[in-house]
Design a protein around this ligand. Sequence first.
Ligand code: NAP
Length: 300
Amino acid sequence: MKILILGATGYLGSFLYESLSSLDKYEVFGSSRRESFKTIKADLLDGTQLNNLLKEEDFDIIINSAGHPSPDFCESRPRKALELNTLTSINLIKSLKKIRKKPFLINISTIYVYGDTESQNNENDITQPINYYGFTKLLSELMINHYYQKSLSIRLPMLIGNPYHPNDLIMNIYKTLVETKNIKLENIEKRYPLDVLDVVNLIKSLIKSPIYGQINFFNKQSFTRYQIGIEVQKCLSNLGLKTTVTNDGIYPDPTKWSQVARRHKNLYVSSCHEIVNHFAFTSLTKTLESVYLQNFSKRI
Ligand SMILES: NC(=O)c1ccc[n+]([C@@H]2O[C@H](COP(=O)([O-])OP(=O)(O)OC[C@H]3O[C@@H](n4cnc5c(N)ncnc54)[C@H](OP(=O)(O)O)[C@@H]3O)[C@@H](O)[C@H]2O)c1
């Protein structure tokens, strides 16, 4: 089975690439705007490059994990955000229309397609993006769903579990704690950190039994950034490093962006799909133990 991962150098894409490549049953290809020994160079904003990429092989599955995941970047640079998150998807459907064998398209989306509501949102509820990032991702979902039926958009919360990528929240907290022995973290917004390995396992199930449309893939355990920091601090304390984590941080840093995106205070998302409701999600404690502890102890 041939799988193409778009955005294979990214936080999620690189993890998907490594995990799926390690399994014999899949032949995995990756692409990004940069050529490397792992990725084929193809800018999704360039129709010709995209057409050529899709002609390389008869792909069975395409996973679209390309785009820009920062809500504040999208709020500050709306035109660029629309290009990277929506136009890339429109180009992708146009190119898919031109090929004979139609692959199953798995499109990675976000829970920011929902508004700030107290009620639970499942896939049948009306979406109302809370910020411009969510708007660009929702537009991408709608275009894909409308023009390419053999597709599924997976809406994800904040991801953790890829310590080798520079955007990893937990490694960034860890590095600050090791370097300066203290960190200030924001303690208002609840987040639902999801282990990227859970996304891999969901995708493996979907490859066996595809679902089309949308799916909310959401862990039920919530933490503020401060609470995540406390969990990291406990691990470091067990390794003999004393650090201070305080709850007076500000996130996002307003000096870094011309516009800061609105975020949910405590969004709870549910799903109508059995596969999500019966999924054994990895807890934060388990992710810290199985993924991060070895990295922490190597470097202390
Ligand atoms: N990270 C999260 O916590 C999170 C949570 C929910 C949803 N998501 C969604 O998951 C997806 C992946 O997020 P991520 O965190 O992995 O993002 P990321 O680390 O920024 O990676 C984005 C990837 O997209 C590629 N890319 C960007 N523009 C491109 C273009 N014009 N043509 C071809 N490739 C392009 C980048 O490759 P090059 O720069 O090498 O070209 C990179 O491989 C995004 O759609 C995001 O909305 C992420």
